[in-house]
Ligand binder design. Structure first.
Ligand code: ATP
Ligand code: MG
Length: 396
């Protein structure tokens, strides 16, 4: 079929034509918006799940709803970077939120004061002045200009929510890859949410990250579990998985053979990213202009697997050193896991402490995460099978 019209979007953070099976999480956002408009409080949401389950696209869909309701919405990814601190990333995201904010078209004194506070915050973090230059407000003296990030963040939260409450809306930080935020940052974020909540201010963190983020947040502050609504994002049901394939095709007047759908649904195990990859392959392979057949789907399984092996899995495997690969291989006999770190050490004939560096590097490269102390899992579904295929293909 015409690849130009291919309606599937495999790739990190690429918005699907149909966002399927996440109504519950979207309703959480709608409820928060509705409660805020009535002056009632609520809780932020933390989406957790493996790579490719759809956290980023869901986070953005939630942010879109808040934005449509005229909330002040800040979107950022907590990237591990040697050149940029989280504070800098937040300053840039605040600047972007300011520029996109509908509040600028209906300025009140409180909004002016809040924008001045954002200017103070960015000026403190970005000494070169590049970010501040695009904020047309003078710094708000005495607000967000201390040497303490937590104090400054709280000032921003207070001044923005002062402006938000007169409009009966909220302020939300939508933070992706939250597991990569340093512990002091997680502490500061949670403290700000806590403090704002004590005075019934509508300031929320809506986050997304690997499943380890739950543990990291609660290690950072003991009361985190009461402040956030944790929502595990996992595979889609069989029905929803079918809809991921069929809904985009319907918009192009293309039908799927039911057998083709069930083949790809079972092959993808309900993982949204895999469904997009297989759907995309089936579309390109299909010979007829208006239908995708079982034989197209069979060919798509091979093409899709190849695309996943050469991209999604290979990119991660290639990032690992030899010692790190040995660690990954030792985990593979546990399938989807989790694996116990002590057991991996004995499989490799080493002391657990000798494997500490390999394990730490694999975590910081984003290939594995620790669901609990003493346990370790792959961050991507299907990694164990991929590794076994690598090992098998190396055996003479
Ligand atoms: N609910 C859904 N319905 C249809 N497609 C989806 C859905 N969720 C995600 N996808 C698709 O799955 C792929 C992965 O989505 P996304 O990047 O949001 O996952 P993620 O969980 O953020 O992954 P990572 O942990 O690698 O950042 C994208 O191609 C996206 O279009
Ligand atoms: Mg993501």
């Amino acid at each position: 079929m015409d690849p130009v019209l291919n309606p599937y979007n495999p790739g990190a953070g690429r918005r699907p034509r149909a966002l399927v099976g996440r109504d519950g999480e979207l309703e959480l956002m709608d409820t928060l918006i509705a409660r805020t408009s009535r002056g009632m409080d609520g809780r932020g949401v933390i989406l957790t799940g493996l790579r490719g389950v759809g956290k980023t696209v869901l986070l953005h869909a939630m942010a879109d709803r808040a934005e449509a309701a005229e909330w002040f919405t800040v979107r950022l990814e907590a990237r591990r970077s040697v050149s940029e601190t989280f504070e800098f990333q937040l300053a840039r995201a605040l600047r972007d939120a300011y520029r996109a904010s509908s509040w600028r078209h209906n300025l009140t004194d409180r909004a002016r004061a809040a924008f001045g506070t954002i200017q103070s915050f960015t000026a403190k973090v970005d000494t070169s002045g590049g970010i501040s230059a695009s904020i047309e407000f003078a710094p708000h003296h005495g607000r967000a200009d201390s040497s303490d990030f937590e104090t400054n963040l709280l000032d921003v939260a207070i001044d923005l929510t002062d402006a938000a409450t007169e409009r009966r809306v909220g302020v939300a930080l939508f933070i992706d890859e939250l597991q990569d935020a340093p512990t002091p940052i997680l502490q500061a974020l949670t403290h700000a949410v806590h403090q704002a909540g004590q005075t019934a201010r509508p300031f929320y963190v809506i986050g997304a990250g690997l499943p380890s983020v739950i543990r990291l947040l609660s290690e950072a502050t003991s009361y985190a579990e009461r402040l956030y609504d944790y929502r595990p994002i996992s595979q889609l049901s069989t029905g929803d998985s079918g809809e991921v394939l069929e809904a985009p095709a319907r918009t192009e007047n293309v039908t799927w053979d039911p057998e083709a759908v069930s083949l790809l649904v079972s092959e993808s195990a309900g993982y949204p990213y895999f469904l997009q990859e297989f759907g995309s392959a089936a579309w390109d392979i299909a010979a007829r202009p208006d239908a995708i057949s079982r034989s197209d789907a069979l060919a798509a399984v091979n093409a899709g697997r190849r695309a996943l092996d050469d991209g999604f899995f290979r990119a991660r495997w290639d990032r690992a050193t030899k010692a790190e690969r040995n660690y990954l291989i030792a985990m593979s006999s546990d399938g989807a896991g989790p694996s116990f770190t002590g057991e991996i050490a004995s499989r490799l004939g080493k002391e657990p402490s000798q494997l500490g560096p390999a394990r730490a590097n694999l975590i910081s490269k984003g290939l594995i995460y620790a669901p609990e102390h003493g346990q370790i899992s792959y961050t991507v579904p299907g990694m164990a099978d991929f590794i076994r295929r690598q090992v098998d293909s190396c055996v003479p």
